[in-house]
Write a protein that binds this ligand. Structure first.
Ligand code: P70
Length: 457
């Protein structure tokens, strides 16, 4: 087993957590209508719901917060953020927004509309929702190896270029956008290779289709390229990131992940002046003036520093090492997971662990509920519950994966926390046949998983 890499930081501030009794946990989840989003965070011992906005900021970032320039227009914090963005990504235009979905809301309707299609390696929930809210249809074209949890391949996040070409052939001029999600969240935080980015970029150019990165976990992806792809071992992470971004025309980014802060988003436009003008106009309508884009000046400072810290090799080595450690502990206990380890969490293969629960009774969700009852751990289903229904027929879709995601917040938990999580899952495995599925008793029309109410079957 790989050694746990010691935290490359010391702990300066701590936050108390407490473990409720099993009876209390059973009661709380029932009161929450078996939806983990309805739980109070004070009732959770270890919160692995998401790695989004849950990062611990550094002392540098906290110090930066005091230096935030809160001017409505022309803030110094905006200027310094732009400088760092130019240096890292090498695009002409950057627009901060309040989070990833705001970037999608501002950008996507400019490229998509009624009758249009967007193709991704795999769209994540809000990204898919914003394609659909723009009136278009979202199609996925992930490589087939992504769908086999046990298959150990280095870049299971890649786009299937043959499928992409078939889709382009089928829909021709109706395709408004190609999106590459780095890392590929729904496929298990699996990375996309540089070769794949290059190939997709070439196809996009040949067919005149704009190519956008969904770049929430850009630095984790860069680390995997350095670790797993030939010829990148000796390149710096910044060089790798620059090359990754050079293949796209634009990006949307939720800065709540790799940018290591608690709120924020970013749009990047490489060189299309007209598109940038339109982005700017929509930002002013929906997010605020260009020099703050829905954020405070202090958030821009935290983002600037976070973007730089995200490229620190010692940090990434620890970060990716932590995810790998948890995966290996789970494998040792015979818990099936998406392999190899991805960037931001371990994705337990709930279909493999609970084969008696069909997709429409949400095995990934059943395991997530069980994990809360067992040990006060909050996780999140990434499967058919999250995917939802066919927008036209209303029928429940069957996801490619039924995962229970153990997302690891950045710089927050230690080795013993991870050991505790692995032990809890090993305990659950012993009584897995007794675990039952769930049915939805109420759901909203979009992004239902955040609000739905469920019943145990
Ligand atoms: C997650 C969160 C957000 C996200 C993303 C990618 C690749 C855009 C966004 C939107 C969402 C989530 C899911 C389950 C539970 C809690 C939160 N991903 N693109 O955890 O960004 O949230 O800033 O609007 O992963 O994966 P934003």
């Amino acid at each position: 087993m790989a050694k746990y890499i010691p935290e490359p930081f010391r702990i300066k501030a701590v936050e108390r957590i407490r473990l409720l009794s099993r009876e209390e946990r059973t009661e709380r989840i029932k009161e929450a209508h078996y939806n983990l989003f309805n739980l109070k965070s004070e009732d959770i011992y270890i919160d692995l719901l998401t790695d989004s906005g849950t990062n611990a900021m550094s002392s540098e970032q906290w110090a930066g917060i005091m230096n935030g320039d809160e001017a409505y227009a022309g803030s110094k914090s905006f200027q310094s953020l732009l400088e760092v963005c130019h240096d890292i990504f090498r695009y002409r235009h950057f627009q901060p927004v309040h989070q990833g979905r705001a970037a999608e809301k501002v950008l996507f309707p400019l490229l998509l509309g009624e009758g249009k299609y967007a193709i991704a390696n795999t769209f994540f929930d809000t990204t898919r929702a914003h394609v659909e809210l723009a009136g278009a249809k979202a199609l996925d074209a992930v490589v087939p190896e992504a769908k086999e949890p046990n298959l150990d391949a280095p870049f299971k996040g890649n786009m299937d270029t043959e499928k992409l070409l078939c889709l382009i052939e089928e829909y021709r001029r109706k395709i408004g956008l190609i999106v590459m999600t780095v890392t590929n969240n729904s496929a298990g935080g699996q990375p996309v290779s540089m070769a794949n980015l290059r190939a997709v970029s070439k196809i996009a150019k040949e067919h005149g289709i704009p190519f956008c990165l969904d770049a929430a976990r850009f630095s984790e992806n860069a680390y995997f390229i350095k670790e797993r792809e030939a010829d990148y071992e000796n390149k710096s992470l910044k060089e790798i990131v620059r090359e990754m971004f050079s293949y796209a025309d634009m990006f949307t980014m939720s800065a709540k992940k790799d940018a290591l802060l608690n709120i924020g988003g970013l749009i990047g436009i490489k060189d299309d002046e007209e598109l940038y003008r339109k982005v700017a106009t929509r930002t002013i309508s929906y997010e605020g003036f260009l020099s703050y884009g829905g954020l405070a000046g202090r958030d821009l400072e935290a983002m600037r520093i976070g973007l730089l810290e995200a490229l620190d090799p010692a940090y990434l080595r620890f970060r990716i090492g932590q995810v790998r450690y948890l995966l290996e502990r789970l494998e040792e206990a015979g818990i099936p997971c998406q392999k190899p380890s991805g960037g931001h969490g371990v994705f337990v293969d709930a279909k493999g662990l609970l084969p008696h629960i069909p997709y429409h009774q949400f095995p990934g969700h059943a395991l997530a509920v069980e994990l809360y009852i067992e040990a006060g751990i909050r996780s999140c289903e990434i499967g058919s519950f999250l995917l939802g229904r066919d927008p036209e027929t209303g029928e429940q879709l069957e996801a490619e994966f039924e995962f229970t995601r153990l997302a690891i917040p950045r710089r927050v938990y230690t080795q013993t926390h991870l050991d505790y999580v692995a032990d809890a899952l090993a305990e659950i495995k012993k009584r897995r046949e007794t675990i039952k599925g769930y049915e939805i008793v109420w759901e909203p029309p979009v992004l239902r998983h955040f609000q739905a109410k469920l019943n145990a079957l």
